[in-house]
Design a protein around this ligand. Sequence first.
Ligand SMILES: *Cc1c(COP(=O)(O)O)cnc(C)c1O
Length: 470
Amino acid sequence: MVSSGSKEMLRSLPAVDEILRQEAMRDAVENYPRTLVVRAIRNVLDRNRQAIIKGEIALEPEELDQATLVQEILEELEHLASFTLRRVVNGTGIIVHTNLGRSLLCQDALDRLQLIGSGYSNLEYDLAAGKRGSRYVHAEAILCEITGAEGALVVNNNAGAVVLVLNTLAQGREVVVSRGQLVEIGGSFRIPDIMARSGARLREVGCTNRTHPNDYEAAIGPETALLLDVHASNYQIIGFTAEVGLRELVELGRRHKVPVMQDLGSGCFVDVTRFGLQGEPLVQDSVRSGVDVITFSGDKLLGGTQAGIILARKELIAELRRNPLTRALRVDKLTLTALEATLRLYRDEDAAIQAIPTLKMIATDLKTLEDRAQGLVEALKVNIPESIGVQIMDGSSMVGGGALPVQKLPTKLVAISSKEMSAARLEVRFRGYLTPVIGRVEQELFLLDVRTLQPGDEEIITAAAISVSR
Ligand SMILES: *Cc1c(COP(=O)(O)O)cnc(C)c1O
């Protein structure tokens, strides 16, 4: 039941035209498309109408304040007009942060995107022959050069690469996987589900903590299409454990004439033990092991754009290309452009570490981080009121993106606290800033890890802090 007071309230809500005629709306109509302004007005009127009906607004009609309504409309308009995909400051210290866009592109990739994106290109045109060519040749040469593989194919992402390979090699047949490797990667990618969708049948072997060669051997039969090794990207099984090594698996596959696939996940090309990180397999080593197919992501440790990269022998790559699914998983020209530019940097490992942001952030030493934290603290101190406290603390960063799950890189944190609001409130305010600043709350402090900050972020954080303290 809508009360009579509410009915009166509803009637007193102004009409769209009436609002549009108001002085305060004139600027809005000049600066934004009229359709957007009208939509903002409608949204706000609808919201108010619903609130009145639900009894959430129980004012006298004459109390309905036009100025408040207009203010609400202008805020709604700003919200509607803003981009949904926005730049943010990553203060989490997680380098390959899946929720914050994973890898940042290197300058070479950005330059090539500008060039190729703003003009026509030979995406599917064979310049030597003067006729139709294939988009898949573009990243193949450089991938083979760096990894030593015979052939390569790039698709939309690694999940797609896994589906494509399983579907091509094992549809309607069995794929043998260790129970210790039936991983879930970030919610929507689970090996058993992906297997089912690709049309292959999962044949689990071994136990969660231990799988032996004879477990595989016992499972191999006429139905076996593939042995699959999945890199345990985001967890580690420790204690009484055993997995069959890749070389041993390859040898087993050879003996039984069954191909072997490895889903590497991260796709690391440089030895990261020099930065104190252990145990991330190198793509080049996997190729050398003789495994038949390797898949990995383009935007994890590789540090490029989202892509699924498949390495295999030429005949197998040709077979994959013929699968209609390849068309459905087709890689975009912008992806190929950024990927080729990133991959070329790996010709010189030291240059790659300097130029590829993901690697550079891993390689940043503690002294540099200390200086960066110091710089940020000084910038904050001269700009913000005394009610806001800042200090430098020790902490640890993570590689993220399902790589090197339990290893931490020592880092420096800038801890922010306020006499006037809780750390949780600070976090909300920083996150709500024009350029959102994402950090974490621990022990009543809002923490920003300087390892994942980019050039220019210091100014943004300072401006955000000023805005927060107002
Ligand atoms: C991340 C990951 C995937 C999925 O890769 P995307 O590029 O995100 O599609 C698949 N397998 C493993 C082992 C992974 O770590």
